[in-house]
Design a protein around this ligand. Sequence first.
Ligand SMILES: Cc1cc2nc3c(=O)[nH]c(=O)nc-3n(C[C@H](O)[C@H](O)[C@H](O)COP(=O)(O)OP(=O)(O)OC[C@H]3O[C@@H](n4cnc5c(N)ncnc54)[C@H](O)[C@@H]3O)c2cc1C
Length: 625
Amino acid sequence: MVLARDAVDQIETHPVDVLVIGAGGAGIRAAIEAKAAGASVALVCKSLFGKAHTVMAEGGVAAALAHVDPEDRWQTHFRDTMVGGKLLNNPRMAELHAREAPDRVRELEAWGAVFDRTRDGRILQRPFGGHSHPRLAHVGDRTGLEMIRTLQDRAVALGIDVYMECTITRLITGGAVGGSGGARGGGGGPAVVGGFGYWRTTGAPVLFPAKAVVLATGGIGKAYTVTSNSWEYSGDGHALAYSVGADLIDMEFVQFHPTGMVWPPGVRGLLVTEAVRGEGGILRNKDGKRFMSDYLPEDRRGEYASTDEEAAKWVTAQSQGRVTDARRPPELSTRDNVSRAIYTEVREGRGSPHGGVFLDISYLPAEHVRRKLPSMYDQFKELADVDITKGPMEVGPTTHYVMGGVRVDAETGASTTPGLFAAGEVAGGMHGANRLGGNSLSDLLVFGMRTGAGAAAHAARIEAQPYVDPVQVRDAARELAAPLEREGGENPYAIQQELQDVMQRLVGIFRIETDLQDAIAELARLKARWPGVAIGGGRVFNPGWNLVFELRNLLVISEAITRSALQRTESRGAHSRIDHPETDEAGWGGRNSVVRRTADGSMEVTTTRLPKMPDELRVLLGGAH
Ligand SMILES: Cc1cc2nc3c(=O)[nH]c(=O)nc-3n(C[C@H](O)[C@H](O)[C@H](O)COP(=O)(O)OP(=O)(O)OC[C@H]3O[C@@H](n4cnc5c(N)ncnc54)[C@H](O)[C@@H]3O)c2cc1C
């Protein structure tokens, strides 16, 4: 069906107080909170309800519950997060996250989540890279499934309206409806008053007028060829926020997880959870050398085992749920560091046959490996014909997570555009230059809740349903129909493949000015081709047509990543510049990159200073600042 140009008033319309775009952990948690605050809520997702990325999370959710190590405290979690993020995190977000994560995990348990248990029946916690104590509550290596199932049950019980297989392609803006207490202090410009999208099942357009809109759309992994992310991660929320003038921050910081599958080619990039290393997995190169000790940052070396014996003692204690004085193995260094180490081993000719390195957990009892890592066991057995209880896996870095995102107010999740909020992976600030494993699931619980409350409070301050401009709706409907009506245009898959290749080759783990300049030029050429894309077939379940709008978003966020990476002339966290290998504390310390759409539609990249850290938080960092 192609919408008649004048049929705006015939579009299916669902007015609500709060529109939540995205039904992963952040979106569902936000919807639950907004509903509990008395708002009417529409929860929209582009795939099936329950099939968001959150369901794929394996290793666990980080929270200083102190069940395995009674020494753990929120203050240490705060410090680990800030140190892992190279002190570029919004300190208030890191504080709220560390303080509130334990309550959010306990709340999930009260709602029915069943985590693995300690011997005395409390929630079991496993170690992960960069965390000073065993901190990740988990369910084997299927933690996300348990979380999403629990949140979903709760949302259904509360009667939240869910619109699944529905993609939002445009935000609608309107007249001033009052500031939202945004990250820039109240926000400027026109407010967001709803979202426009279409049903993937029928192709019919749909409109959600709303007093507040929460973005919870996840990440951007599909900008790269090798990624752990599914098709859903096309940076839609980042691009939607940008399109209405909201600030994006820290976009240069893309996390390359050190361990993805490298073989067979069809599954290249698929995640091999950090839990494998948390349970004692050892990284070796083709010569059998355990290489991670060679790559530990000097100032952190003292935190890691200095001999294989000490590392083995630590692994044994962990598997028995005991505290030990042995230090953790070097494989549990932060993700940015382990990724660079593997990349360097491969580049210098010491890689495995398929361009990775070896990760070995087969020295532990087979029954223990199968119980603690059931998904990894099945994944390698079914996809690579490798039995991980008998031999090593081959692994290499894979694009996994974006630290950058919508600039938000720590307390409420409000963006710099009135009426627009963001939570979860689409929001920036929480993780600084590098995210610690397990800190995303806790982030989406803590800030999903806060953002749902913030959006509901904003909506409550607005009496009448905001006016929705029919011209914007008509334009959005025309944009939707255009690729189907165009004849002889270009295939969006071809452009997407080229875009992924550009990002993988030129804006990957190691970056250099000449590559970044080339990438900007290439991306501009691809962007110029986008208006000419054409699609055959109809609107019903047409993946090529769906891709057109995801591609538009990928073009925006790829440019944002590349321009921010060019601007930051230093190496920090996940951003490594070959031409600027040092961390430049004097020039770049405490500075976040900001990307914003200017009035003429061009992309502006600037910087802003981190909010000041109060002394009581600064003191927790010890010598790390
Ligand atoms: C394989 C894997 C393992 C991981 N393991 C861990 C782990 O152990 N611990 C940890 O802390 N983190 C882990 N992560 C990261 C973590 O899972 C994600 O960062 C987190 O789940 C993101 O949650 P979210 O709610 O922000 O987004 P998601 O869970 O991805 O949800 C995004 C939602 O937005 C919807 N959406 C997107 N665009 C649109 C649109 N235009 N219109 C409508 N809906 C839209 C999607 O359909 C989806 O419902 C892992 C990630 C992966 C990929």
